[in-house]
Design a protein around this ligand. Structure first.
Ligand SMILES: Nc1ncnc2c1ncn2[C@@H]1O[C@H](COP(=O)(O)OP(=O)(O)OP(=O)(O)O)[C@@H](O)[C@H]1O
Ligand SMILES: [Mg+2]
Length: 225
């Protein structure tokens, strides 16, 4: 399979502290389901931020799809982001808007007309079992429901890569199961999924996966399927 992400000797230090990333070499292939695990402060979020190019290495190179951290121009980053869906632990939704607008705005932001954007947003919410909540404001939803809205927002642009940073951190075990099942299903349709977590019990839920263990900014161990 072709590779979608390559990290080549990637290092990053924040303000003279120890290295958040220390000589990371990594390849992720199209269709992989990758878990990035390791203790708090290991560099998991930092590595993900380098993949969606919200941060750049001091040394080395990150290649994602057709883009390189060495060559990408500031105005090209939005084109890369269209191909990457991102899910955060704290959802990052607009609390005073309803579920469907949170999803449709992701399309309107890239020029889709509002009517069409709403139609697509409703369709994705339907697929996630969230149609009955589409017109509820975010503050009326449970944690698990909020995360499903965030997943819908990430999926509505049909990303090639889905990045999830501790996506089940704030939700109960039943909702965690739902989220993992959703990620499994998204993956089975061909999306490359990369998820950071320190919850090892979630990893068991995905059968075929690649595990990357990080510690002190380094990759300690890789376990391939
Ligand atoms: N923007 C930043 N400025 C300064 N230091 C940072 C910044 N981002 C991360 N760090 C530091 O880099 C190290 C790695 O942090 P990172 O957030 O990547 O860890 P993590 O593995 O995601 O941890 P957690 O499991 O708690 O989410 C930590 O020491 C952190 O304090
Ligand atoms: Mg983190």
């Amino acid at each position: 399979m072709e590779s979608v992400i390559q990290c080549i000797k990637v290092s990053k230090t924040y303000e003279g502290r120890y290295k958040a990333l220390d000589d990371i070499n990594l390849e992720i292939k199209k269709g992989d389901f990758v878990f990035i695990v390791g203790p708090t402060g290991a560099g998991k979020t930092t590595l993900l931020r380098h993949i969606y190019m919200s941060d750049f290495p001091d040394d080395g190179e990150v290649r994602v799809l057709d883009y390189s951290s060495r060559r990408i121009k500031k105005e090209e980053i939005k084109f890369l982001r269209r191909k990457i869906g991102i899910i955060f632990q704290d959802f990052k939704l607009l609390d005073d808007r309803d579920a469907v607008s949170n999803v449709s705005l992701a399309l309107e932001a890239i020029g889709e007309n509002p009517r069409k954007a709403r139609e697509k947003a409703l369709n994705v919410l339907y697929n996630l079992g969230m149609l009955s909540k589409a017109e509820k404001s975010i503050y009326e939803l449970s944690g698990g429901e909020k995360q499903k809205v965030a997943i819908a927002r990430a999926l509505v642009r049909e990303p090639v890569i889905l990045i999830a940073d501790e996506p089940t951190g704030n939700i109960d075990p039943k909702a965690q199961d739902d989220i993992m099942n959703l990620l499994q299903e998204i993956h089975s349709k061909g999306t490359t999924v990369i998820m950071a977590t320190h919850n090892y019990s979630l990893i068991e839920k995905i059968k075929i996966k690649k595990l990357i263990y990080m510690e002190y900014g380094r990759i300690k161990r890789v376990q391939s399927p």
